[in-house]
Design a protein around this ligand. Structure first.
Ligand code: NAD
Length: 366
């Protein structure tokens, strides 16, 4: 079993970096703009580290460090299992995006990214927009997720949703013997960028879709488009009658409380870090015979999108074809988990690590 604490408890920085096997942590400070940012480079065996930049008003510096360490590690496995030649990284800017984010601060951050000379590539994440990415790009070329109008790949969410749809079909094939989602009761939690694109695909396939969101306008947008979908109150999601639960909102929704209520057969959604505890909750789902499709695998369509933009030969059809492969990768992971009698999450981690180890050995011969 892979020993790892999802949420590091103490903060001895080198100890945590050692435990989670990070390569580098860069603290960026600038008095003039007020910038305080952290760039974490987890693993660059497969290629330069890549991961979004998020801006968040963390309660403490310790929380920011924990977040960037955890998120950058996740990126390593996401890219590895998706077959991409990039490593894992992530950046966090500490502060309130509504009041502290401005051109100067973002451009100063861009200079720090540039100083890494391409060892770290970034993209949009929570509280960042395409416009923000364009400010960062004024100082560094190591940015992706630029708007389509400027020659970039644009919003990655439709690709992320398409990958989730593929992974869900792969899981349905395992559980029901057919990958058709027609008539399946699917609960989509979160009608944001990923959730609403996923709902479009599910409705097209005539699935029996329910949706939940904490904001009325999100519900209105989606029900205006798809009048037949059922709306479920946020507190009633886990008790709902569903075959498939699709978390497309925030992380940590799979925990002791929610698992107690869940009667679904499959969990397949786009949110990052769905398991509150990576080991304990994965094992619990396994014991209950609820098939969990690992989040870092099923939501890798978005990173595929920005990866091809980074490579400079972006082509939507090619990325769609690549995203479709999530179906087969999921099948391999689910088969490996069953054969090895381990959780699906651990199976996905093992396959990702196996690829990193194998490619790492290749590089030794250079
Ligand atoms: P988003 O902000 O557009 O959508 C999230 C939605 O969830 C919002 O509408 C929000 O109101 C809703 N929500 C929040 N808490 C909720 C709750 N308790 N119950 C129901 N709804 C709730 O974000 P997004 O881009 O759609 O991303 C969704 C998830 O997928 C995130 O966890 C994100 O990290 C992950 N993800 C997104 C991408 C991408 O391409 N956008 C790629 C990989 C992973």
């Amino acid at each position: 079993m892979i020993e790892f604490q999802t949420q590091p408890q103490s903060l001895e920085i080198f100890q945590q970096m050692g435990k989670m096997e990070h390569e580098q942590l860069l603290f960026c400070n600038d008095k003039a703009t007020g910038l305080k940012a952290i760039i974490a480079i987890h693993n660059t065996v497969l290629g330069p580290a890549m991961g979004g930049t998020r801006m968040w008003n963390y309660a403490s510096e310790e929380d920011a460090i924990k977040d960037v360490l955890r998120l950058s590690r996740g990126m390593t496995f996401k890219s590895a299992i998706a077959g991409l030649n990039i490593g894992g990284g992530k950046a966090v800017i500490i502060g309130d995006a509504r009041t502290q984010k401005n051109e100067a601060l973002l451009r100063r951050f861009g200079q720090f990214v540039n100083n890494l000379s391409g060892k770290f590539w970034t993209a949009e994440d929570v509280n960042m927009t395409s416009q923000d990415m364009e400010y960062i790009r004024m100082e560094t070329p190591y940015v992706t997720g630029i708007s389509e109008g400027l020659g970039g790949s644009g919003d990655p969410s439709p690709l992320t949703a398409y990958g989730v749809y593929m992974g869900m079909k792969s899981a349905a094939n395992k559980v029901y013997g057919s990958d058709s989602l027609k008539g399946k009761k699917i609960m989509v939690q979160g009608a944001g960028n990923v959730g609403s694109n996923l709902i479009d695909l599910l409705v097209k396939e005539k699935a029996n879709v329910s949706v939940s969101d904490i904001y009325e306008d999100k519900i209105e947008n989606i029900t205006k488009k798809h009048a037949k979908i059922k709306v479920v109150k946020p507190d009633d999601v886990y008790d709902a009658d569903m075959d498939i639960y699709s978390p497309c909102a925030l992380g940590g929704t799979i925990n002791d409380d929610s698992i107690r209520s869940m009667k679904c057969k499959i969990i397949a959604g786009g949110a990052n870090n769905q398991l509150e505890d990576e080991v304990a909750h994965a094992n619990k789902l396994n014991a209950l015979e609820i098939l969990f499709v690992p989040d870092f695998l099923i939501n890798s369509g978005g990173i595929m999108n920005v990866y091809y933009e980074k490579e400079g030969n972006y082509n939507k059809e090619k990325v769609m074809a690549q995203t479709e492969k999530i179906y087969d990768i999921c099948t391999s992971v689910l088969d490996h988990a069953k054969a090895s009698k381990i959780s699906t999450n651990e199976a996905a981690l093992q396959l990702a690590m196996k690829r990193i180890e194998a490619i790492g050995k290749l590089k030794l011969t250079h």
